[in-house]
Design a protein around this ligand. Sequence first.
Ligand code: SF4
Length: 75
Amino acid sequence: DAQRLSESDPNAKQLGYVEDASKVDKGRYSNYAAGQECSNCSLYQGQPGDDAGGCTLFGAKRVAAHGWCSSYSNL
Ligand code: SF4
């Protein structure tokens, strides 16, 4: 899926993006809190039930609904 953001994408790496929020490096990203994931981040553009959706930080690439990155926001 070329339109899906890869964890190895340089921009993804810079923000510590992971496809599975349970795999966040909690030592490195102390702002992570249990329950946070792309699907409940205010920058996520996907619809409920989608397994992936857009993120305003990653242009045309879709992020995993259960993913996470260090720019997570619930504001
Ligand atoms: Fe996921 Fe939010 Fe990070 Fe975008 S900003 S990758 S929706 S946690």
